[in-house]
Write a protein that binds this ligand. Structure first.
Ligand code: ZN
Length: 109
């Protein structure tokens, strides 16, 4: 194999791994009803129980500190910094879904 073709093979492998690394966690969140198809929006709950909607893209966050499946970010409901976790919309009541949809934090991942 020539060095140029090895470089192309490595580049293709890196792109495929990057796509799978983002695709897989997104599919897991969709199966758990945490994320709807065609959107990056996810309902999250802060440590004080506030519900709001935020953009959640695997491995991408400019406004939060990522800690596994949790994030430390600003809660726009209580106006404080807190750990937030995604919640399944099937576990929420209609009132809670409306409450979460009412407040969306900044539109930056
Ligand atoms: Zn809060």
């Amino acid at each position: 194999m020539r060095p140029a073709s090895i470089g192309i093979t490595v580049a293709i492998a890196v792109v495929v791994l990057a796509v799978v690394a983002v695709w897989w966690p997104t599919q897991v969140m969709r199966r758990r009803r945490m994320k709807s198809s065609g959107t990056s929006d996810v309902v999250v709950r802060c440590a004080q129980g506030h519900l709001f909607t935020t953009i959640w893209i695997p491995y991408v966050s400019f406004k939060a500190v990522r800690l596994g499946n949790k994030r430390y970010q600003h809660c726009p409901v209580g106006h404080h910094w807190s750990m937030v976790v995604p919640v399944s919309t099937t576990d929420l009541s209609d009132a809670e879904r409306i409450e979460a949809a009412r407040v969306h934090d900044v539109h930056i991942p």
